[in-house]
Design a protein. Structure first.
Length: 247
């Protein structure tokens, strides 16, 4: 039997992994908010694809690092689709450089977008989930949050903190049928990886037992599973989708 259609919100859904997750949730029959920050056309294209497939979707702009924009987005999401029941915290940025060269702005931008944005979205979604006594929070971190990486002190700190946030929230919300999990992807074929030099790509692939990059759809299929009713007993998990990279 298909799951009950839910109100879903995916941050950073205009491109890459977020786009693939939004398409999956739309195909599963959920009403999807496609959040974006700076690429409205890409977000509209995702909405059109979901609608063409018979699903319901709207695009809403909000910079996840700006609390007021998130408050407005959650209000608009609720007006359109009802309180958010499936929250995917996917929006994320990198500002890579060695610690000795890192500017405070590089640190703040990454922490505010990746970590504080995730915290704010959880805070805005949880009251409605508690009221409805059902919810799915799925954060997107990175294997770098587990293992660290040269030149990514800000990014790895933001993603590692998402793991701790996941554990605490999972405990806080467990009795209300609200699960909180995190997917930690390895290197995935998106704009983030496209810009790497061929030499660096070849070097990275030597770290991946499967010998290839992941696809956005492979991450989306894990999110799709964790959002399902049948995943109800899984909470507080950091699920690596990384071709074995962090073994
Ligand atoms: P992309 O750069 O391809 O896309 C990023 C998405 O996030 C875009 O939709 C972008 O929207 C959105 N976004 C960026 N900043 C903001 C913001 N301040 N507010 C709202 N939306 C924002 O990223 P990926 O698909 O590669 O990455 C998605 C997530 O997966 C990130 O959290 C990333 O850290 C994580 N990840 C990615 C890996 C990879 O190899 N690709 C590996 C491990 C983790 P817009 O363009 O409209 O501004």
């Amino acid at each position: 039997m298909p799951d009950t259609p839910r109100s879903a919100l995916v941050t950073g859904a205009s491109r890459g992994i977020g786009r693939a997750i939004a398409l999956r949730l739309g195909a599963a029959g959920h009403r999807v908010v496609v959040n974006y920050n700076s690429h409205p056309k890409d977000a509209d294209e995702v909405v059109t694809a979901i609608r063409k497939n018979g699903g319901a979707a709207i695009a809403l702009k909000a910079n996840v690092a700006v609390k007021g924009e998130l408050e407005a987005m959650f209000k608009a999401a609720e007006d359109a689709h009802g309180p958010v029941e499936i929250l995917i915290n996917n929006a994320g940025i990198i500002r890579d450089t060695l610690l000795i060269r890192m500017k405070d702005e590089d640190w703040d931008a990454v922490i505010n977008t990746n970590l504080k944005g995730t915290y704010w979205c959880c805070k805005l979604a949880v009251p409605g989930m508690l009221k409805g006594r059902w919810g799915r929070i799925i954060n997107i971190s990175s294997v770098v949050g587990l293992r660290g990486n040269v030149g990514q002190a800000n990014y790895s700190a933001s993603k590692g903190a998402i793991h701790s946030l996941t554990y605490s929230l999972a405990k806080e919300l467990a009795t209300r049928s609200i699960t909180v999990n995190t997917i930690a992807p390895g290197y995935v074929e998106t704009a983030t990886v496209d810009v790497l030099s061929p030499q660096l790509k070849a070097k990275i692939l030597t770290w991946v037992p499967m010998g290839r990059f992941g696809t956005p759809d492979e991450v989306a299929s894990a999110a799709d599973f964790l959002a399902r009713e049948e995943a109800r007993y899984i909470t507080g998990v950091v699920l690596r989708v990384d071709g074995g990279m962090a073994i």
